[in-house]
Design a protein around this ligand. Structure first.
Ligand code: F6P
Length: 550
């Protein structure tokens, strides 16, 4: 029994049943599952909005899925889901509601936190963002010297960077191509330097994105950006108002920094950083793609929210994907999960998912405060196809590790391309389909021999297969489809956190490094004696100082 009165996950009968079932499936091959069941591909396919989701290449049978759903029922996934949608404070360690779903709810919805409907405030900020975005896009918003804004630089980190940066890349084809959008996150000065070195300050708008407005990287970069701007313009603080806006929950800190709160776009503590890019944090994206496309994206999110909230367990895509992750992580020892988008526009998609998944579920302490004795969140990784095929796919196909993968692809390119490039799209997608097939079905020694391969090379050229993957297809990568995809992954992560009984909405694990960095800094700059520094770090600091000529 847990401290919260719930049975420990690995002591439930549902867990034991899955363990037993896993043993029964140990020698089953996907080849057999497909042979025995001609309707498998069709049956193991879901359509959610514009997303076509094929999960037939998973090491599951109807029985597996039934047992997984029973585990979800035993761990009260739907109860926690409903509590989230109702605005209950399910982020227990921070005593906060978790309501990113309210950011994309229709204006008529009533979602309450502490007895107050939050939807009108959400809509109010969206309207303010739209007005501002339109002014910047039309050139009505002028810089200090009267020039129109040509470049927007978003300064933020983690959830205040990855979301807008990923979505801007994803929706580039919908963006105003006469403007430039850049994203600065790293405290390494090279990041800001490279972002601004060819810009005219008179035509540059900085968006300082920080939920807390205390994050050292962001505040440091924002201060340097202000110095760069004022030096370049040969102006005083009066120039800041036309070139700096803030996205934050912390008006006091924004004003302390010197940004007029009239130029601040607000969000709320019930929006987690990694769930925030459809809040004010998306302002740079909204300027890029325009308010209408932004609203289409929100509608896409909402569509999947509603699916997650209402679809029965058998047809509930985030529930299914979450449970499949549990199946591999907890019963097949899979340590990682590859996300492989076959779209160049999704080049930052996996980096975005890394924060979403690993900051949410990378935890060894349960909601009851006790250490868990089961695996939690996987390592999420991957890059767009086909590049990965010529790098790490070797390990996916013939390595010793099980790595479930998600393939994501689109039926058509988003922009009118020259004819040759349109044809390349088929080649891209042929690769996606081929990889899923090769992973699942492999190549038997008999097939290899039949090709006349010499006996001593047969094992080398054999592919065992039986490596699971999901394929997600949509017609095109539109704003709505992007929203649908992100919501799908958000809720998948939710499901896994619920099953593992962890709080997916805090991130205490990032604190220690921050505190230590602050403590170590004076040792680097002033050679200060820092209390509690271990011998290895002390020696590294000394070497660093020598290298710096100090
Ligand atoms: O790294 C921890 C974290 O708090 C993330 O969760 C968050 O997205 C990021 O830092 C940035 O925080 P803020 O938006 O407050 O600057």
């Amino acid at each position: 029994m847990n401290a919260d009165g719930r049975s420990r996950l690995d002591q439930t009968s549902e867990w034991a049943a899955l363990g037993k079932h896993r043993e029964q499936l140990a020698s089953t091959h996907l080849r057999e599952l497909f042979e025995q069941d001609p309707g498998r591909a069709e049956r193991y396919t879901l359509q959610v909005g514009d997303l076509h989701l094929d999960y037939s290449k998973h090491l599951v049978t109807d029985e597996t899925l039934r047992l997984l759903r029973e585990l979800a029922a035993a761990t009260k996934v739907t109860e926690l889901r409903d509590a989230m949608f109702r605005g209950e404070k399910i982020n227990i360690t921070e005593n906060r509601a978790v309501l990113h779903t309210a950011l994309r709810a229709p204006g008529s919805a009533d979602i309450e936190v502490d007895g107050e409907n939050v939807v009108p405030a959400v809509q109010h900020v969206l309207t303010r963002m739209s007005t501002f975005a339109d002014r910047v896009r039309s050139g009505d918003w002028k810089g200090h010297t009267g020039k129109r804004i040509k470049t927007v630089v978003n300064v933020g980190i983690g959830g205040s960077d990855l979301g807008p940066a990923m979505a801007y890349e994803a929706l580039r084809a919908y963006s105003d191509r006469d403007m430039q959008f850049r994203f600065v996150s790293n405290v390494d000065g090279a990041d800001l330097h490279e972002a601004v070195r060819d810009l005219d300050p008179a035509e540059t708008l900085f968006i300082i994105a920080s939920k807390t407005f205390t994050t050292i990287e962001t505040i440091t970069n924002a201060t340097s950006a202000r110095d760069w701007l004022l030096t370049g313009l040969r102006a005083g603080d009066e120039a800041v108002a036309k070139h700096f806006v803030a996205l934050s929950t912390n008006a006091e800190k924004v004003s302390e920094f010197g940004i007029d709160t009239a130029n601040m776009f607000e969000f709320w503590d019930w929006v987690g950083g990694r769930y925030s890019y459809d809040s004010a944090i998306g302002l740079s994206l909204m300027i890029a793609i325009g308010p209408e496309h932004f609203r289409e994206m929100l509608a896409g999110f909402h569509l999947v929210d509603e699916h997650f909230r209402c679809a029965p367990p058998e047809e509930n895509a985030p529930l299914l994907l979450g449970l499949l992750g549990v199946w591999y992580g907890n019963f097949w020892d899979a340590q990682s999960h590859a996300v492989l988008p076959y779209s160049h526009y999704l080049s930052k998609f996996t980096a975005y998912l890394q924060q979403l998944d690993m900051e949410s579920n990378g935890k060894y302490v349960g909601r009851d405060g006790e250490e868990v004795s089961w695996q939690t969140g996987p390592v999420v990784w991957g890059t767009p196809g086909t590049n990965g095929q010529h790098a790490y796919y070797q390990l996916l196909h013939q390595g010793t590790k099980m790595i479930p993968a998600d393939f994501i692809g689109f039926a058509q390119p988003v922009e009118d391309l020259q004819p040759g490039l349109v044809a390349q799209h088929d080649l891209l997608m042929a690769n996606l389909f081929a990889q899923g097939q090769a992973l699942a079905f492999g190549k038997t020694p008999e097939q290899v021999r039949a090709e006349g391969v010499p006996e001593e090379l047969v094992t080398h050229k054999t592919f065992k297969g039986n490596r699971p993957s999901t394929t997600i297809l949509a017609k095109e990568l539109s704003p709505s489809v992007l929203g649908q995809l992100i919501a799908l992954y958000e809720h998948k992560v939710f499901v896994q956190g619920a099953v593992w009984n962890i709080d997916s909405f805090d991130q205490w694990g990032v604190e220690l490094g921050k505190v230590l960095a602050k403590r170590v800094e004076p040792a680097l700059t002033e050679g200060a004696e820092v209390e509690g520094l271990d011998a290895s770090t002390k020696s590294l600091v000394a070497t660093y100082r020598t290298m710096r000529g100090r």
